[in-house]
Design a protein around this ligand. Structure first.
Ligand code: HEM
Length: 378
């Protein structure tokens, strides 16, 4: 297969055969166990290489989908017709990640003894040097300052090639999926004061709901149950204050416990509460997929850590120079969850009986796709 000076392949006139189209010759020739070249082939190294290569191919596909979704979201207004594309591409990422989580078990069929036979030859190579994995984390929105340093090293120090360092830095600087989702959520219809003013209405109904619960608690005859009920309500008031009081919310962002802006959080809550309204159906699916993506990456991290424990135990350093199992275990924390606020929304959901009724105007707004909204797209 020939290519021009820009690396763009040329398509032969007579068409292509399967192997040519997929460039299988160069692709498959990349599976070359080091132990084979050294004349002391270890059978399982073949699987080890294929597994890593398959991961990298799927990472490439995920990045491709993420870039396209970020492009679609990086507009002043996101048209409803693009929402379907965004939803299906995010769902595709979810399905790929499911596959990647399951794939760990195939590599686990390798025994630690077999691994030991070739591990020394691959050092200092390590998944820690996977550029695509770092791009994926950054493009999703993993925050630099929330990362666990390995040894005393920042993750970027492992890379030496200036081109790669630039690529990773660029991925840190450009708007991540998390940033773009926030901008989109901040524009949720119904948040504006002159509109439905969801936040004011939500605060009012929560306040009366908690007052009612407090009254019920105080009316309880049994003193110990009464005390517990009153304390429960006090606790709920405190919890709701963390979203009603913007200063508390911003403090939690500084501590890395929340990520979303105050307005974006309101949008996400409104979509979750009114997800049955037609115009909120797709956005609700988007929020669900984002949580799935976060959960699945955490599951992958967890499966990978368990595999590492099985292969090298808990006290051996990784080939990349980290503390191995101990380092990887620390990456399971919520600091690596990008959409942590979406998970926490469940704390603030209220039952339908308390939900502020939509005004007829708002109901209409959420019921159909108007021509104006569709032409708003840039
Ligand atoms: C026998 C199997 C494996 C072992 C024993 C292993 C071991 C390790 C260790 C010890 C680290 C920590 C960095 C270091 O010091 O090297 C690491 C990081 C990593 N590994 Fe693996 N690994 C295995 C398979 C895989 C596979 C199949 C992938 C798929 C791409 C992978 C991707 C990664 C990534 C992305 C990191 C960086 C994680 C982070 O920093 O959060 N590993 N691995």
């Amino acid at each position: 297969m020939s290519a021009d000076q820009n690396g763009v392949r040329s398509v032969p006139k007579g068409g292509m055969l399967y192997g040519e189209y997929l460039m299988l010759d160069p692709l498959l020739s990349c599976v070359e166990p080091v132990t084979r070249s050294l004349g002391k082939e270890v059978h399982d190294e073949h699987l080890f290489i294929i597994t890593h290569q398959a991961y990298e191919l799927w990472f490439k596909q995920i990045l491709f989908e993420l870039d396209s979704v970020r492009d679609l979201l990086n507009k002043k207004n996101v048209s409803e017709s693009n929402m379907l594309v965004i939803t299906s591409r995010l769902n595709r990422v979810v399905l790929i990640l499911k596959l990647l989580v399951d794939q760990v078990s195939i590599l686990e069929t390798m025994t630690p003894l077999e691994f030991m036979e070739f591990r020394n030859y691959l050092s200092p190579a390590s998944g820690f040097q996977s550029v695509q994995f770092r791009l994926l984390e950054n493009k999703l929105g993993v925050k630099n300052e929330l990362r666990v340093n390995y040894g005393k090293n920042h993750y970027i120090n492992i890379f030496q090639d200036p081109k790669i360092i630039n690529l990773i830095k660029k991925s840190e600087e450009e708007p991540s999926l998390c940033d773009l989702i926030q901008r989109w959520l901040e524009r949720t219809p119904g948040l504006q004061e002159e509109d439905f003013n969801f936040w004011e209405q939500f605060k009012n109904v929560v306040t009366s709901m908690l007052n009612e619960q407090n009254k019920n608690a105080e009316a309880e005859n049994d003193p110990s149950i009464r005390e517990q009920m009153i304390n429960d309500v006090k606790q709920k008031v405190k919890t709701f204050d963390t979203i009603f009081d913007e200063t508390i919310h911003n403090g939690l962002i500084t501590r890395g416990e929340r990520r979303f802006s105050h307005k974006a959080l309101q949008g996400a809550l409104m979509i979750s509460l009114y997800r049955d309204e037609p115009r909120f159906n797709q956005p609700f699916h988007v929020l669900t997929s984002l949580m799935d993506i976060d959960s699945l990456i955490t599951k992958w991290r967890s499966n990978h850590v368990q595999m590492v424990l099985r292969m090298i135990g808990s006290h051996q350093m990784g080939t990349g120079g980290s503390a191995g199992y101990q380092y990887l275990r620390s990456t399971l924390s919520d600091r690596y969850k990008v959409f942590v606020d979406l998970f926490n929304l469940s704390t603030f959901l209220i039952s339908k009986e308390y939900l502020p009724l939509l005004t007829p105007k708002m109901k209409k707004k959420l019921s159909t796709l108007t021509q104006k909204q569709d032409s708003d797209e840039e």
